[in-house]
Structures are given as structure tokens and as C-alpha cells.
Design a protein around this ligand. Sequence first.
Ligand code: DLL
Length: 439
Amino acid sequence: MTDTTLLTHKHNPEIETMPREQLADLQLEKLQKIVRHAYDNVDHYKQSFADAGITPNDLKTLDDYARFPFAVKDDLRANYPFGMFAVPREQVLRVHASSGTTGKPTVVGYTKDDVDIWSGLMARSMACAGALPGDMVHNAYGYGLFTGGLGAHYGAEALGCTVTPVSGGFTERQIVLLEDFGARVLCATPSYALNLAEVAEREGVDIRKLPVKIGIFGAEPWSEAMRAQLDERLGIRAVDIYGLSEIMGPGVAAECVEARNGLHGWEDCFLFETIDPETGDVLPMGEVGELVISTLTKWAQPMIRYRTRDITRLETAPCECGRTHLRIMRITGRNDDMLIIRGVNVYPSQVESVLLGEANIEPHYQLVLQREGNMDNLTVEVEASPDVGPSEYDAIAKNVVHVIKSRIGVTCRTIVLGPGEVPRSEGKAVRVRDMRPKN
Ligand code: DLL
């Protein structure tokens, strides 16, 4: 059944449907400019290009680009706080930062033009995901140093929406605002959206009957099984959005609500590659590897071949929505989130897909890693549904151990917790508790 209210509005129709050859020409032209800007203004790039024996003059075709060095998160840390800026600090209108688990945060800066381009791309992404000018947008991404809150806020305004800047937390109040303001679009992390659904159920509010129709969810890995849960429990179309602060923030790529099959990466503003994470070699289109992104328009802090650590594959086949920009297929996880349990590679999102298909448990979980002797052991903590009693927990645990072994190939222990006992998320969910000694 096609719901015509879900056909998307194209925010920049000419750009979004530009023939791919024309897009490639545009990319080369912009890339040459930004590479030159980075080289001339950032010591880090001057040095890393010199180490690679290359200068901006060597960039004559897009194929030449594979010879340019990568940038990584540690380069931002090493140049903390403003050493990667390519313009005087006075021209930087805004900074954001991401904390990470260790060490100094990584700082990112934006000129006025950068903020305008970001807002435009975020408006385009939200429209692609099904938002329309005039919509009421409930923005539950966190406001502050995190790019989610302000990124979605400026994007929604640029699209011509009315924004409620609720940020994360105070979940009961969020339900009241959703009811009273009648938002059609909900922006949140998928784990927080699930938390909202659960609290609404507890408060006796049927979110499915509210005007909210579109969920624009990202900032953390999530699975198709989670999408099915969110569609069902919120009565919406849950759509994936991707981005990272080092590159811009949310709005680097977004799914179209028509196909919901991979995120259109905006190639007029970014260049996407996938590489073999071990060798750094560029992979042929369509092969799974680490996503590498270059900014084509970011003046305050250009990123040249930034290694995102995110694992995915790129797809250039035409999409039913008519947009020509490539698709970043669902991000399964990050290199550094990958758990290696007795030689088996496991991403938390794989465990999520398995767990969400099982009866008698809720879609909340955490993976706990412990070292015993020389062995790493994985314990999966799941939460029982309210309608099953503790006498059934043992059978549930045995079943979870069995499905994880048979579907992922890894042996784990399982602990079944009672209703509400797995911590709920207000932003990015914590999926892994690593209790192994730090060397
Ligand atoms: O999470 C920006 C963002 C805000 C994206 C709101 C979407 C919505 P960071 O905090 O720098 O920025 O984290 C970036 O989060 O490298 C991925 O590992 C992960 N991530 C972001 N979106 C997705 C997604 C924001 N849709 C890091 N699927 C990225 C999977 C995602 N992982």
C-alpha cells in the first residue's frame, strides 16, 4: 500500500537528481579547491602530504585521489583544540566536540558558510526522510557539544518546519509535548525512541494514535529488527540518518522514506570511499569495508580522506525515489566496536537483530565482556517481558544462548533481568560494558 503522504519533497531537486557523471565533475572541481585550501592552511596536511610525496597539483583526476594520505581521529586529538582549523579562529562561528571514551575530546569548527551548508544538507536529509515544510518537528537529539541537537534544529528550520527543541531526557514530559503539540516528525536516537514508546505505554498514551508519522533516527548503529519494532510501537515510518561530527554532524547521508534501503550520501558535498581497513586499499564499489569521507565544502576544518571506522558498503544502483546520489548501506558497526570473542567477530548490532526476533524478551540489552584467565567471555544481559514470570527465565536464557550460537557462531552466557532492569538510553545507548582489565 502506498501512502501518498509519505512521498518525499526534494529540497534541492536539481542537485539530488543530478546525473552521476555531472556529479563526478562537480566533485573533482570542489575537491581540487578544498585540498589546496587544506594544504595551504593546515600544518598537519602540509606535513602529511609531504610525507606521502604529494602536493595538491597531483590531483588531476578523481583516481589520483587514492594516493593522498588518510586523516584519523588521533590527528584531531594531536592538534587539540584548534590546530586543524584552516581559517583564523575569529572566522569560526561555532564549535562542537565529541567526547569519546578516552583522552581529550575532538573539536570541530564551522564558519558561517559551513553552518549554512550543514543546515541546507540537514534540511535535504530530513525532507528525504519524509519531513515536509510546515511540519511540527519534535527534536529529542541532545543539544550541546553533540552535533545532533543543533544540527537537526537548524535543518528543520531551514526546511520551514516548526521545531520543539526538547533535547534528551524528561521522558514523561516529552510524551505530553508529543500529544499536545502534535508533532508529525520525531528526531531521536533509535534507542531513545524506543524508550519514549515504552514510557508512553506505561503512561497509558497510545503513541500510535498521535499525529507522529516519521521518525528520523541515527547517531548509533541499529538493525532492521529494531526498525520493525519502532514502526510498530510508534505507528511511524522509522528512517535512518547518518553523520559524524568530524565530517559535519547529522545529515551526511539519509535514507529516503520511499525505499528505506540505504542512506543517500550527499555527493555534491562529500566524497565517499570504502577501504580495506588492514591495507588501506580502496575497495571496488559495493564491497564491504571502512567508510572514508572527504569534505568538499567545509572551510573551517576540511577533512581529507577521514577514516570513519564505520563498516558498510556503497551502492550506486538507481533508487526508486529518483535521487542519484549513492547509498551508504546500513552501518553494521565500527571497527573499534567489533568484539572478537574466541576468534569470532561480533558486532553488537548483530546480537540486536537476533534478540529482537525472540519471544518473551524486550528490545533492551547490554553485552558484558570479561576476561577469565586468557579468555574473553561474553555475557548477554537481556530483559524479560513483563508478562513472563521468573520461573521462565531459565528457559529464556537457554534459548538466547542457543540462538546466538546458531546464528552468530559465538558462545555466550545469558542473564535474564526483570522488567526495567536494563538501563534505558537518553541519547546514544550503551550496548557494551567492557570489564576486561586495561592492560
Ligand atoms: O552521531 C551525528 C549524528 C547525530 C548522526 C544525529 C545522526 C543523527 P558523533 O557523535 O560524532 O556524531 O558520532 C558519529 O556515530 O561515526 C557512527 O559510528 C555512529 N553513527 C551515526 N549515525 C549512525 C547511523 C553523530 N545512522 C558516529 N547508523 C559515527 C550507525 C551511526 N551508526
